[in-house]
Design a protein around this ligand. Structure first.
Ligand code: XUL
Length: 574
């Protein structure tokens, strides 16, 4: 790598050749910041000890009540419209940097990088660049950047209000498959391009006043640099605006989206690059060394790919159990066909990753847990003590609009006489429904792995890990470090720095040192359970019939449920 990034708005990038890092990396600390949907996390790694020396999170709902968020976002009267306030993110950044300074870390940090929720967009006006470059270190960020936005609220990935824009973009690009071939995904409601089109059509004057549209990762990185940051392909491919083969914004896709868009977009950069040093503001206000380097920010999923040590690994895939559940893995290359399910993003080594997103992730699990007044321990205990196959009771857990499969009108669907008050039945049904959906859609996308690594909050739930192992018929491993996106950001900061200083390390070399596998959390599939899902008349085929029926594309599945109960399911009825 060792590419000094040149960008129109950053004149002084790596002005002189960087010095070689000498000695044992003593005191080489790197900061990863992960701005997720619900919180901002900071994680500092120390390369001299290969350890995590600081970790803290601020949950937006609790820490910043004046922004009136639930789960970090504001849902409008129309539940498809979901937004967050970029000022809240800036305030959290102020507080986190303050905390790091108080603990004496900022002066020791050599490099920083950002990971952030994907697809969300921040709209900046003509005064933004000047303001960012002239921040007064006597005052917090948030009070100085109030006027840099041409749109106060940022649409975030949970927004699904852009179906019309998606249709128009798809039509202009010649259909779902050509759109996916070009941009890595069919036109997708939560993606930035359709969000921009909707904004332009509904508010053309504010669109005209917008001089730059940042992704959440590039916005946060701009706050660190003091100038508007470029976008990396990891995050940039999640926009429906880039050509995933050339790694550039696609003229065709931009034309299908909104007028004069190229001028408003930051540059798109392939692979992890150093963008420059922290701003004078960060150095003066928070005590960072002026030479602290900033590596380009990326999305939380590409960042997790690094944090889980999956770059270059074709045999392991990841499941992240966070606000959304995601299923993802590394790809060294991309084929010729465009799948209309799933997405292709960039990876830190300049290659690719695939991803499937299930929006009802922890939201659905939590809804069932809360409805039956259970603790997470109870939830896990029920999954470990009840029979796989759930006696033929199936749930499609669409507590909110779903993205895989696309369900815009939410509503939980229950089959096989699953009653609402059946505590055990609903717990097992929500878990099995979510995992069978992941299995179905990952296979349709054409991917399969020998081992699954599980990360994020839900990965401590042993019962859920067993359900994953049984349905995927694969070994499931969870790591001690749950914040793989924040760890990925810290590793990307370190990787960028080391490469720039002639100490090249592969991504997996770097990650392995930090990922002590927690072997006690290595879960194996149970043969009997696998048969229950995948044997003849197994529950997986029942689930698929239920989903097809709910999407209006197939017959009533009750016949299949009856057959399941009479045959393979008879075992779990005892
Ligand atoms: C991925 C996606 C989510 C967000 C939120 O496509 O929409 O995983 O990145 O974390």
């Amino acid at each position: 790598m060792n590419k000094a990034f040149k960008h129109k708005s950053c004149q002084k990038v790596n002005p002189s050749p960087p010095a070689r890092v000498k000695g044992d990396m003593k005191g080489s600390k790197f900061l990863g910041l992960d701005l997720s949907t619900q919180s901002l996390t900071a994680l500092v790694i120390d390369l001299s000890e290969w350890s995590i020396v600081f970790q803290a999170s601020f949950a937006f709902d609790r820490a910043y009540p004046s922004y009136q968020t639930r789960g970090g976002v504001r849902v409008a009267q129309n539940p498809r419209v979901v937004r967050a306030d970029p000022l809240m993110w800036a305030e959290a950044l102020d507080d986190m940097l303050d905390l790091l300074a108080q603990r004496g870390f900022t002066k020791q940090i050599c490099g920083i990088s950002v990971s952030a929720q994907q697809h969300g967009s921040v709209y900046l006006n003509a005064g933004a660049a000047k303001c960012l470059g002239a921040l007064n270190p006597a005052r917090p960020l948030v009070s100085q950047i109030r006027h840099i936005f041409s749109r106060t609220a940022a649409p975030v990935w949970m927004d699904s209000s852009t179906s019309k824009a998606c249709e128009e973009i798809t039509q202009a690009l010649g259909g779902d498959s050509p759109t996916a071939m070009l941009t890595g995904s069919k036109a997708t409601e939560r993606f930035t391009g359709p969000q921009i089109r909707k904004f332009w059509k509904e508010n053309p004057l504010a669109y005209e006043r917008t001089t730059r549209i940042a992704l959440v990762s590039s916005f946060m990185t701009s706050l660190l640099l003091g100038f508007p940051a470029p976008v990396d392909c990891g995050d940039g491919f999640g926009t429906n605006l880039a050509n995933i083969r050339s790694g550039r914004w696609s003229r065709k896709a931009l034309g299908a989206t909104a007028p004069r868009l190229r001028k408003k977009l930051p540059d798109l950069v392939r692979g992890d690059v150093q963008l420059g040093k922290v701003s004078a503001y960060l150095a003066k206000r928070y005590g960072f060394k002026p030479e602290t380097e900033v590596t380009i920010g990326t999305g939380d999923n590409p960042s997790s790919l690094v944090g889980l040590g999956l770059i270059g690994d074709r045999f392991r895939h990841a499941i992240s159990l966070g606000t959304s559940d995601t299923y993802f893995g590394y790809m060294s290359g991309i084929g010729k066909t465009g799948s209309s399910e799933g997405h292709i993003f960039g990876a830190a080594d300049g290659r690719f990753m695939f991803l499937l997103c299930f929006k009802n992730g922890s939201v659905a699990r939590q809804a069932v847990k809360d409805q039956h007044l259970l603790s997470w321990n109870d939830f896990s205990g029920i999954l470990l003590s009840t029979p796989p196959g759930n006696r033929g009771k199936v749930m499609l857990p669409y507590f909110q609009p779903e993205v895989t499969p696309l369900v815009l009108v939410p509503g939980v669907r229950r089959f096989g006489r699953l009653r609402e008050e059946d505590v055990e039945g609903n717990v097992r049904a929500v878990a099995e429904g979510q995992v069978m959906s992941m299995f179905l859609h990952s296979r349709r996308f054409g991917v399969k792995a020998e081992t699954l690594v599980v990360t994020a909050g839900g990965s401590v739930n042993e019962g859920f890990l067993q359900v994953i192992a049984d349905i995927f018929d694969a070994q499931v491993r969870s790591f001690e470090v749950k914040d793989s996106a924040a760890l990925g950001a810290a590793l990307r900061a370190a990787g960028g720095f080391l490469n720039a200083h002639g100490e090249r390390k592969t991504w997996s070399e770097l990650a392995e040192k930090f990922l002590r596998l927690n072997e006690s959390k290595s879960v194996l599939p149970r043969k009997e359970a696998v048969r229950m899902y995948h044997g003849e008349n197994g529950l997986q085929s029942v689930y698929e019939a239920c989903e097809t029926y709910a999407l209006g594309a197939g017959p009533d599945p009750e016949g299949g449920i009856k057959r399941f109960k009479e045959t393979v399911g008879a075992g779990c009825l005892a």
